[in-house]
Design a protein around this ligand. Structure first.
Ligand SMILES: NC(=O)c1ccc[n+]([C@@H]2O[C@H](COP(=O)([O-])OP(=O)(O)OC[C@H]3O[C@@H](n4cnc5c(N)ncnc54)[C@H](O)[C@@H]3O)[C@@H](O)[C@H]2O)c1
Length: 336
């Protein structure tokens, strides 16, 4: 699938965070559609280290890259020495996905260092190498701002959301100071799809509910889940947004969602339909404060300046994804 006229063959592409969910999907997108491109994945991969919330410090996993033939560099975006390893490449495009992606890490120092300090280096690299820069921002920058969430109306309510908000502000300054650069930030809403499994508990509820159902149990949802709605966006639409972001009509930060919010209950019900089960639902109290109850991306500027048009309804995305949910269950979950 090609989303615009860019021929990425003979181009050199950096994907930071390329061993993670979205980054690895980008890597395979280029490999499959532009076999002559030079693709460089830069990722810290996972170690055994964990945050105080029990989650791993980074989710990159080699299994996301099995079948990938490009260059892989294991490095930390916080390390100047590791970043030096990228100097020899003449990048045309940089997709910056590396980050602490876990929205429930509250150590402000580590989040700001990882997500924000490194961003100055990425921006400078893009400037010096004259590369197009597309980076991952987030819907978490909106906190509990009312729907539809609109770029410019942010109100982050946790350190992760603030770190992405800070990245956007730095990007805006660069866009102003260096108008010759191409810089686009993408505020992803709730992404689901292939290669997200290794995000463990931070993977989308689509795979989590899917695996609960496959284990023969009713999916476990927060009480009132028919009223908790989110803008769920399928990974293939996220790839579309990244490709279209390479030829923006205007530099900027854009929402990446469907603008059609759906409830967590919908996800559970669609999954049961796809898997042919009728287990009902198990409800439990929502333990979180500061929980987003309603998100809906305003994608008017994404449409206008990127030409972004979401193609996947929730039902279609889950149908497209269901075989992988089953395979991952069989290979990674079922045997313990
Ligand atoms: N998935 C979503 O729903 C979503 C929503 C909004 C924003 N985002 C953003 O999109 C980007 C990609 O998210 P994802 O879902 O693929 O998450 P992910 O955790 O699977 O991918 C992030 C990757 O960055 C790597 N990484 C982390 N710290 C690093 C460091 N210090 N140096 C080098 N690599 C490091 C990890 O190993 C991982 O492979 C992130 O910036 C995330 O914040 C994701």
């Amino acid at each position: 699938m090609k989303y615009n006229d860019i021929d990425f063959n003979d181009k050199t592409i950096l994907i930071t965070g390329g061993a993670g969910f979205i980054g690895s999907n980008l890597a395979f997108y280029f490999q499959e559609n532009f076999p002559e491109s030079t693709i460089v994945v830069f990722d810290k991969f996972r170690s055994e280290e964990r945050f105080s919330n029990g989650n791993l410090k980074s989710f990159g996993h080699y299994k996301n890259l099995i079948g990938f033939h490009g260059d892989i560099i294991c490095g930390d975006i916080n390390s100047k020495d590791d970043m030096q390893l990228l100097e020899k490449y003449d990048f045309d495009y940089i997709f910056h996905e590396a980050a602490i992606s876990d929205t429930r890490v509250y150590d402000q120092e580590v989040i700001m260092q990882t997500n924000v300090n490194s961003f100055y280096d990425i921006l400078e690299m893009a400037r010096k190498k004259n590369a197009v820069l597309v980076y991952a921002s987030s819907a978490a920058t909106y906190g509990s701002q009312p729907s539809p969430q609109t770029v410019g109306m942010e109100g982050p309510e946790n350190p992760y959301g603030f770190s992405k908000y800070a990245m956007d502000q730095i990007a805006y300054r660069y866009m102003k100071e260096y108008p010759e650069m191409t810089i686009v930030g993408l505020k992803y809403f709730n992404v689901y799809g292939s290669r997200e499994f290794f995000k463990d508990k931070t993977a989308s509820t689509v795979i989590q509910f899917g695996h609960q159902i496959l284990s023969g149990k009713a999916p476990r949802l927060f009480e009132g889940s028919d009223r908790i709605v989110r803008d769920f966006i399928y990974i293939k639409d996220v790839i579309q947004a990244n490709i279209k972001a390479c030829t923006p009509k205007k530099n900027g930060v854009y929402n990446v969602g469907t603008s059609k919010p759906r409830s967590f209950q919908d996800i559970a019900d669609i999954l049961q339909k796809e898997l042919g089960t009728d287990y009902g639902t198990e409800y439990f109290p929502n333990p979180f404060t500061g929980y987003q109850m309603h998100t809906q991306a305003d994608i008017s500027t994404s449409r206008e300046y990127l030409g972004f048009e979401p193609e996947w309804e929730l039902e279609e995305g889950i149908r497209d994804y269901i075989e992988e949910i089953k395979t991952i269950y069989d290979t990674e979950v079922a045997d313990g």
